[in-house]
Design a protein around this ligand. Structure first.
Ligand SMILES: NC(=O)c1ccc[n+]([C@@H]2O[C@H](COP(=O)([O-])OP(=O)(O)OC[C@H]3O[C@@H](n4cnc5c(N)ncnc54)[C@H](OP(=O)(O)O)[C@@H]3O)[C@@H](O)[C@H]2O)c1
Length: 168
């Protein structure tokens, strides 16, 4: 896997681990595109790392992903790295009545969206001489905790969905 001269999409790249990756990859001579739901957060990230390219996209929303992949095709057809980083974690206690709160957000963000994005961006990635897909997972995929059970399950699933793009 080469670490320079890539065109990289990092989901959830406006904060935390995603922004740290974006900064490091940008400093190593890569074009880095970050996406997230909040325009303000993306603008803050771009203030910190001016070379970043930003796009608003909620990765759980089909229309948003369609717009993103169309925009990538038109503006960055050399995209050769997808980093599925966007993720959330919710603590659930079944005796306090709201154990399922945000479940319908957590599973789509952590599990379904990365799978959709892989499927939708694979044609573009496969056109490149070399391409990489990275799923940001967690140690909790291997040592699950009872109060974040849905999170652990989604991370275990994305750990298993390893994918390597063949070159043409
Ligand atoms: N922090 C840890 O200790 C840790 C440990 C192991 C693994 N991880 C994993 O590392 C990844 C990043 O975690 P983090 O701690 O850096 O989290 P974070 O700071 O909360 O960042 C998550 C990013 O994801 C974005 N995001 C959330 N939902 C989204 C959606 N539907 N569409 C697009 N973007 C979305 C958020 O931006 P918006 O809200 O603006 O959309 C935010 O920028 C996650 O996958 C997490 O599971 C974290």
């Amino acid at each position: 896997m080469k670490l320079t001269d890539n065109t990289i999409l990092i989901t959830g790249g406006a904060s935390g681990i995603g922004l740290a990756l974006a900064k490091q990859f940008s400093e190593r001579g890569n074009r880095v595109i970050i996406c997230g739901r909040s325009r303000e957060a993306l603008d803050r990230a771009q203030s910190a790392v001016p070379a970043l390219i930003t796009q608003v996209c909620d990765v759980t929303v089909l229309d948003n992903r369609d717009s993103l992949s169309g925009w990538l095709e038109n503006n960055h057809p050399d995209l050769n790295m997808l980093i599925n980083n966007a993720g959330v974690q919710h603590i659930r206690h079944f005796d306090d009545g709201d154990a399922v709160a945000d479940l319908d957000q957590e599973i789509p963000i952590n599990l379904a969206a990365p799978i959709h994005l892989i499927g939708e961006l694979l044609p573009m990635l496969k056109r490149q001489p070399s391409a990489v897909i990275v799923n940001v997972t967690s140690g909790l995929a291997f040592t699950p905790k009872a109060d974040v059970l849905a999170y652990c399950a989604t991370k275990a699933a994305s750990t298993l969905s390893r994918c390597r793009c063949a070159t043409n």
